[in-house]
Design a protein around this ligand. Structure first.
Ligand code: HEM
Length: 550
């Protein structure tokens, strides 16, 4: 026999007895292309079926290859390993690595059965070529039009499912709220916070931190008169700075940021900062820069390929560096608190947290520790600054553009509050038009269009699709807040969306703070701030002149 056409399988030669072994004649060696296989003979196998007897070099290993059996590991692994060792060249290593990575990527990305559909996913890069980073919202809406209310997107190694439409988002975040309650480990955020704090924590730790933060913020006035007073003091500082501009045009961005940030700083750190304080200004600048860079291409690439990107430069590194500086700033404040801590006179959130740490010292079920304190304070500062101040800047812009709406707000302010006193939260009930305008600003500006991502903590079914445990999910809020079936003029600024018969009309489809058990923790505080800042800014004619709105 010259060259066997195929080797089908092997059996161990050990099953032959001595007489059978002796009877085997030794025909010539066969070249299979594997130089290490020195001898291959066709003869009767251990079960008398036609078989090949194979000797692997001088290793003494003999295998029987039955023509009808599938290959066993013994022959194939040894053959392949020996073959590879003999073929080691740079090009082969590269080829092997490429095949290995493609195969690993394919296996990792294989969608489970009945997983939501999505755009074509290329090996390694996923759907990146079909995503429009310049206009992500437009891209998401297009994909939703094509694939429906539940579809998946692969960004490199990072896969997420996008939920659109009120019913789908409500089903996930409210009816299945416990299953969709966790946060995913998005590389950039995980690198900074792990699972510490309020925004990125999960499970028992998140419940403990959230419950404590809510009750402490309430004790310090959230939703009460005392917070209103604090906000009004801060607004006075802002209006003072604006008046100093003496009607000249100026950029209100950092003044508004400083003022809004001081409200949460006063509650968390017990003190406000002077607008000229260089450390405070640097902190705000870092927060601002971080928000911008976090949605940039470099950070998105880092989120998609963290293991590769960590070897490359890019602005994602600035994000990580900025967070380290912000963390140091907060750690310094906590150290100072410890020096003057008096358990009988808690001054702020940090003092209360230290008291909680002391109370639960040694309790293994407690998550009140130093690391969580730093991240809770950081989350409050970040979430309580960027969101409210961005919304206020949108409000000023809309008032500058829609002067007839601005005039109607001012007429209502004149009628309900007048010019001689400060606005109060309770005035909101009697100011339906102003309230509608603020809601409309939030609806149309939709400052967190994808909310904050969630993560399934169990296998579940949504809209007929299977979402296994560990699926990252984001809500397409524009699909609700800009939906043409839910709003009369979805893409136009129109306060009438929130008005009916001259009164304020609530809408279930107004979701800037999201819904479900992870809904914004500072919603009440944000609503109070928005109303007080907005009405004060529009009440003061001098300010309006300075803001060039009239
Ligand atoms: C206009 C202002 C604000 C908007 C539009 C806003 C919006 C949001 C949204 C959409 C979420 C994600 C909820 C989810 O995962 O479903 C969130 C979470 C959060 N917000 Fe706000 N927010 C605002 C103001 C504030 C303020 C003033 C604070 C500070 C007290 C705050 C603290 C938080 C915290 C701590 C979380 C994380 C909650 C958790 O994961 O359990 N927010 N916010």
């Amino acid at each position: 026999m010259d060259e066997p056409t195929k080797i089908f399988g092997t059996q161990n030669a050990g099953s032959r007895d001595a007489s059978e072994q002796a009877a085997i004649d030794r025909p010539q060696s066969v070249n299979l292309g594997y130089s290490h296989i020195t001898e291959v003979h066709e003869e009767a196998g251990p079960s008398d079926a036609p078989a090949f007897r194979t000797e692997l070099g001088s290793s003494g290993i003999v295998t029987w290859t039955d023509k009808t059996l599938p290959c066993t590991m013994e022959l194939s692994v040894l053959s392949v390993v020996t073959f590879l060792l003999q073929q080691v060249t740079v090009s082969n290593i590269l080829l092997f690595s490429a095949v290995f990575f493609l195969a690993a990527d394919y296996i990792k990305k294989r969608a489970p059965k009945n997983f939501p559909p999505g755009p074509f996913s290329w090996p390694i890069i996923g759907c990146l070529p079909s995503l429009d980073f310049a206009e992500p919202q437009v891209a998401i809406n297009k994909l939703s039009g094509k694939y429906g209310d539940i579809f998946r997107v692969d960004m490199g190694s990072f896969r997420f499912v996008v939920l659109s439409g009120f019913q789908t988002i409500k089903e996930a975040f409210v009816h299945q709220g416990d299953i969709f309650a966790d946060r995913p480990h998005i590389p950039i955020f995980y690198n900074v916070s792990k699972e510490y704090g309020l925004v990125n924590s999960n499970g028992h730790s998140w419940k403990q931190q959230r419950r404590f933060a809510l009750s402490t913020l309430r004790n310090f006035g959230m939703g009460k008169k005392s917070l209103e007073q604090r906000i009004n003091e801060e607004i006075s500082c802002l209006t003072g700075v604006i008046e100093e501009q003496k009607g000249q045009p100026f950029d209100p961005h950092f003044h508004i940021n400083s003022s809004v940030s001081n409200v949460i700083c006063a509650i968390s750190f017990g003190d406000r900062f002077d607008y000229q304080d260089p450390e405070f200004q640097n902190l705000l600048r870092l927060l601002d820069e971080t928000v911008k860079l976090e949605v940039g291409v470099s950070t998105q690439l880092y989120n998609s390929f963290p293991q590769i990107m960590k070897f490359f430069p890019g602005s994602y590194r600035k994000v990580l560096k900025n967070w380290k500086i912000i963390q140091m700033f907060i750690k310094k404040i906590i150290e100072k608190h410890r020096e003057h801590w008096n358990p009988s006179e808690p001054r702020d959130f940090i003092d209360c947290y230290i008291a909680e740490m002391e109370k639960f010292k040694g309790d293994p079920s407690s998550n009140f520790d130093e690391e969580n304190l730093v991240h809770c304070a950081m989350d409050l500062l970040f979430a309580g600054t960027a969101t409210t101040s961005t919304t206020l800047r949108w409000a000023i812009l809309y008032m500058a553009v829609y002067t007839e709406i601005q005039e109607k707000v001012q007429a209502e302010i004149d009628q309900v509050i007048g010019q001689s006193r400060k606005p109060l939260t309770e005035n909101r009930k009697s100011m339906p038009y102003t309230n509608a305008v603020i809601h409309e600003v939030q609806r149309i500006s939709n400052i967190l269009p994808a909310g904050v991502p969630r993560h399934t903590n169990r296998d579940t079914t949504l809209g007929g699709f299977h979402l296994p445990k560990g699926t990252t999910v984001t809500a397409n809020m524009a699909s609700v807040m800009h939906n043409k079936n839910l709003w009369k003029t979805p893409d136009m600024f129109n306060p009438e969306h929130f008005l009916e018969n001259g009164g304020f009309k609530k809408s279930d489809f107004f979701l800037p703070f999201s819904i479900g058990n992870r809904v914004c923790l500072g919603e009440q505080m944000a609503k109070m701030e928005l109303f007080l800042y907005f009405t004060t800014l529009l009440q003061r004619n001098a300010l309006l002149a300075a803001l060039k709105m009239r």
